[in-house]
Design a binder for this molecule. Sequence first.
Ligand SMILES: [Zn+2]
Length: 368
Amino acid sequence: MDTCGSPPPVKRNRQSPTDDEDSVEIRAVLSHEYNEIALIKVHSCQLETKQQLQSVIQELSQKLPRFQHLKRVHDRNVLICPTSDVGGAESLEEHLQRYAFSAHVLRALCHQVKVVEVPARMPKLRVQYEQMIQHWPCKFHPNHYSESLRNGSNFSISQRIFHKRMGQLLTKLSTDVNKDRPVGICVDPRQPSIVSIAGASESSSADGHEHCSMLLVDFVARSQQGGALRSNLSFVEDQENTKTTLRGLPKAYYDYLKKNEAYQDLKFGAEISRKGQPQQQMSEAEHAQGADNLAKYGPYLCTGYDVYLLQEPCLMCSMAFVHSRAKRIFFLRPSDNGALVTRFQLHAVKELNHHYEVFQFTTDGSLT
Ligand SMILES: [Zn+2]
């Protein structure tokens, strides 16, 4: 069986959800580029005199324009080319002869040659920068938002409280409404307001259509007069002339929350999609801007929406959120076949035309 997050690892050592409240943290799942210190091997030479510097650098930057992220010269050592550029039986000198360097520059490049390890690319975070410059001086453009994702200061206090509350709600809904099976919640973060809730059904099976994330995407589509899956669930119906729609919410979850004292302050509903808006004419680039487009064009798939999942989604479900252009995905428990942390980092694949941010709720600090 290839369901999302089966079997859910059970963490029952906590007495109640409220006991978790202070210990739950939210960690941004950053791509490998934010964590690793990738180094490459490079041929370097040592200049005999400072006078050689100008002509050597001038010719190198014309003929072998490499290492834009690095200082090309450090302590009279000059970076020539990655060792991988020099093929098999070829010597460095033979390799360099192809580039028609002047005789004195070629001589300088072949003096005291050695292999050094240098950063493979520009660091994303200051902590990487500090480690990388131990190897070789490199450039660094500090990015405040990236730093805040790493140190957790990207959310305001009220946002953080809301995200954690959704994290706890996942556990609660799974236990109380969905027989411990996975659930997902989709939220319009502007109010914030719950757009849809979906739970994996008993028949969650190999064909994938019953994965809770696939259902969630479909239920969000219901809130936009769409939805392709047949469901025998009953959904909340809208009153006439409302400004928001509750059509994406199965009655079972909605009624449970409405009856529960602790959730009286939660808001529900999606903005009604604006008919006649040229959503289909939006360019790919505009789609990618997410939240801005939610305000500008109204709801379109999961554009600008946040998704909260009990289980890390599988590859199929993670792709569904790419296609539906979710803004952020928060999940509580890793899954054996998870595609955001466990097996892949789908959101770090550059070739995809949409990227969401990924956050994991952690309860024991061991996942950092
Ligand atoms: Zn799945």
